[in-house]
Design a protein around this ligand. Structure first.
Ligand code: NAD
Ligand code: UFG
Length: 334
C-alpha cells in the first residue's frame, strides 16, 4: 500500500515508517518539523534502505494537503501530526485546538474527495480520564483535564460521524498508552525540541548528565510505592500495531488500545533503567503534577483478538534501547 504518514518525522511516526517500509509498503511523509527535523527522515532511509517521498508542509494548510492527494495514489493515511504537550496545551489552547482538529478535518475531507478508504488516527489513553484501570475501549469517556486531551476526544468524534456517511471507509482509532524506547539501530528515537515533558527522555538526559536529576511527581498516590503507574510500551511494538491495524481493521469505526496491559510505577521504571544500563539516576520526589492520575494501564484483549497484534518487548529492552539512542544523539545530528 501507498501510505500517507502525517507527522512521520516525529517520534512514533518515524518508527512506524520503518515498520511500514520493512513490510513492503511505500511511504509519503508530510511534516513541518515543528517537533522534529530533517535528520530523522535521513535516518529512516539509512535504516530501511528504501526511498521515502517527503513533503515539508503544515497539514492544516488545505491547498498543500490537496496537492499531496492530487499528486499521489494514496491507499491509506496514518494521521500522527499534532501538538502533544499537555502543559503547553493549557497555555495555548487555540493552537492546540486549531492544529489537532483542523488537520484531522482536512485529512477526513481529502480522503472523502480522493476515495481513500483507510484512516488510522493517533489517539491517547488520556481520553479515558480518571476511569478505573484497566481501561477498555467500551468505557464511557470521562473529561480530560486539558485541551490536548479534549482535541483527541473531539477528533475521535469527528471521525465517527465521517464513517457514518461512507460505507467503504475504515477508521482505526488507536489509543496509545506510554510509548518509550527507540529503534534498535539507535538512529531514531524520542528527541523533543524542548525540555522533555515525558519521563523517559528526561531520564535519559539525566543519565547523560545533561540534567542534574529527575523530579518524580508525587509519591503519595494510592499505588504500590506511591508513584504513578503507567503502561509503558516499546515504540517499535506500537509501530507494528499500526501495520496490523492497516492490514486487519475492517470497514467501519474501530477503537483499539495499544499498550502491554502491564502497569509499572515511576520508581520501578527508574530502577529498571539503572540496572539495565548500569547508570545511577539521581532523583527528588516533588509534588504531584496537576492533571496526572494514579493508575493508567490498558486492557489489550481487543487488539490481540481483532488485529492479531500483541506487544512483545519487556521493560528492560525499552530502557536499553532508549539509552542507546540518547548516547548516539550528538553523533546522529551533526
Ligand atoms: P511528535 O511531536 O514526536 O510527532 C508529531 C510530528 O508531527 C512531529 O514531527 C511534528 O513536527 C509534526 N507536526 C505537528 N503539527 C504539524 C502540522 N500542523 N503539520 C505538519 N506536521 C506537524 O509526537 P509523537 O509522540 O510521535 O506523537 C504522535 C501522535 O501520537 C500525536 O498525535 C500525539 O498526540 C499522539 N500520542 C502520543 C503519545 C506519546 O506519549 N508520545 C501518547 C498518546 C498519543
Ligand atoms: N513523571 C515524573 N517526572 C517527569 C515526568 C513524568 O515523575 O519528569 C511521571 C508522571 O507523573 C507519570 C509518569 O511519570 O506518573 C509518566 O508521565 P509522562 O509525562 O511520561 O506520561 P503521561 O502518562 O503523563 O502522558 C503520556 C503522554 C500523553 C498521553 C498519555 C497516555 O504524554 O500525551 O501518556 O497515557 F495522553
Amino acid at each position: 500500500m501507498n501510505i500517507l504518514v502525517t507527522g512521520g518525522a516525529g517520534y512514533i511516526g518515524s518508527h512506524t515508517c520503518v515498520a511500514l517500509l520493512n513490510e513492503g509498503h511505500s511511504v509519503i511523509i508530510a511534516d513541518n518539523f515543528v517537533n522534529s527535523n530533517q535528520s530523522v527522515i535521513n535516518n529512516i532511509t539509512k535504516i530501511t534502505k528504501k526511498p521515502i517521498k517527503f513533503y515539508n508542509v503544515d497539514v492544516t494548510n488545505e491547498t498543500l494537503i490537496n496537492n499531496i492527494f492530487r499528486e499521489n495514489k494514496i491507499d491509506g493515511v496514518i494521521h500522527f501530526a499534532g501538538l502533544k504537550a499537555v502543559g503547553e496545551s493549557i497555555e495555548k489552547p487555540i493552537s492546540y485546538y486549531f492544529n489537532n482538529i483542523v488537520s484531522t478535518i482536512l485529512i477526513a475531507k481529502m480522503c472523502q474527495m480522493y476515495n481513500v478508504n483507510r484512516i488510522v488516527f493517533s489517539s491517547s489513553a488520556t481520553v479515558y480520564g480518571n476511569n478505573s484501570s484497566p481501561f477498555t475501549e467500551s468505557m464511557k469517556l470521562l473529561p480530560t483535564t486539558n485541551p490536548y486531551g479534549e482535541t483527541k476526544v473531539i477528533c475521535e468524534r469527528i471521525l465517527l460521524d465521517v464513517v457514518k456517511i461512507n460505507p467503504r471507509l475504515s477508521v482505526s482509532i488507536l489509543r496509545y498508552f506510554n510509548p518509550i524506547g527507540a529503534h534498535e539501530s539507535g538512529l531514531i528515537g524520542e528527541s523533543p525540541n524542548t525540555i522533555p515533558n515525558n519521563i523517559m527522555p528526561f531520564i535519559t538526559q539525566v543519565a547523560k548528565r545533561l540534567r542534574e536529576k529527575l523530579y518524580i511527581f508525587g509519591n503519595d498516590y494510592p499505588t504500590k510505592d506511591g508513584t504513578g503507574i503507567r503502561d509503558y510500551i516499546h515504540v517499535m511494538d506500537l509501530a507494528e500495531g499500526h501495520v496490523a491495524s492497516l492490514n486487519n481493521t475492517p470497514v467501519g469505526y474501530h477503537i483499539y488500545n495499544l499498550g502491554t496491559g502491564i502497569g509499572t510505577s515511576v520508581l520501578e521504571l527508574v530502577k529498571t533503567f539503572e540496572e539495565t544500563n548500569k547508570i545511577k539516576i539521581p532523583y527528588e520526589i516533588v509534588g504531584r503534577r496537576p492533571g496526572d492520575i494514579a493508575l493508567c494501564y490498558a486492557d489489550v484483549t481487543k487488539a490481540q483478538v481483532e488485529l492479531g497484534w500483541t506487544a512483545k518487548c519487556d521493560l528492560t529492552t525499552m530502557c536499553r534501547d532508549a539509552w542507546r539512542f540518547e548516547k548516539n544523539q550528538s553523533l546522529i545530528n551533526y
